[in-house]
Write a protein that binds this ligand. Structure first.
Ligand code: ZN
Length: 220
């Protein structure tokens, strides 16, 4: 990977080793005319030369940890929304692109919908390599932050803000492989359009939302 890519990972707050929780550093060496950088964990002495393999391992480790530990720690950084009394923030993702899809109506099955049960019932907004049809399907509306609390999923953009109670979510899915950037797709009761949020590691965000839903909606 390039030195800037490695540094960007440290700057983005992902500077923790996915294997041992040790602090990562950047190791750069010269090879002929070029410089090659690796992420390095001095504690367990592992190097990642390839950025994609690091992202894959990082996202998988975070998801596993979330499944094991649950939503234990509140978000330690600044939050772009006003919180209600007793409202706790789990995660904030910044620089998220909000896209809206074609008209689509979602209905619950009437059997008590959970996100896990509802997974997969909706249309994937997979974007092809620049075809006109794909542009029809997903349209960029705004860029902003996506905030998950114990009560709501909130998008705060420059033009638009959307607040959704966790109990109104019908389904959430990630349209990407682990470690890849892609769409986090959200379906709501009675909502007319697909909402999709383009971000790195959408599978991790999906797991956060599933955990928050289970903890605060299903278990009351
Ligand atoms: Zn390590």
């Amino acid at each position: 990977m390039r030195e800037e890519e490695a540094q960007a990972i440290l700057d983005a707050g992902y500077a923790i080793c996915p294997r041992c929780d040790g602090k990562l550093s950047v190791s750069t060496e010269r090879r002929f005319l070029t410089k090659v950088s690796k992420l390095h964990c001095p504690s367990c002495n592992v190097f990642w030369e390839d950025i994609a393999s690091f992202h894959t391992e990082m996202e998988q480790a975070c998801i596993n940890n979330l499944k094991k530990e649950g939503l234990s720690e509140p978000w330690p950084f600044e939050v772009p929304i006003m919180l209600g009394k007793g409202e706790v923030v789990y995660i904030v993702r910044s620089q998220v692109e909000f896209h809206e899809g074609k008209k689509q109506t979602f209905r619950s099955s009437g059997m008590g919908v959970s996100l896990r049960v509802a997974k997969g019932f909706w249309i994937h907004p997979r974007v092809g390599a620049g075809s006109a049809e794909s542009e029809d399907i997903m349209k960029l509306i705004d860029v902003g932050s996506l905030v998950l609390t114990n009560r709501r999923l909130v998008f705060v953009g420059e033009k638009r803000s959307i607040s959704t109670e966790l109990g109104d979510l019908l389904a959430v899915d990630a349209d990407a492989d682990i470690g890849q950037a892609g769409y986090l797709c959200v379906a709501k009761e009675g909502k007319q359009r697909v909402e999709a949020y383009l971000m790195p590691m959408p599978n991790l965000m999906k797991e956060f939302i599933l955990q928050a839903h289970e903890k605060n909606v299903l278990k009351g």
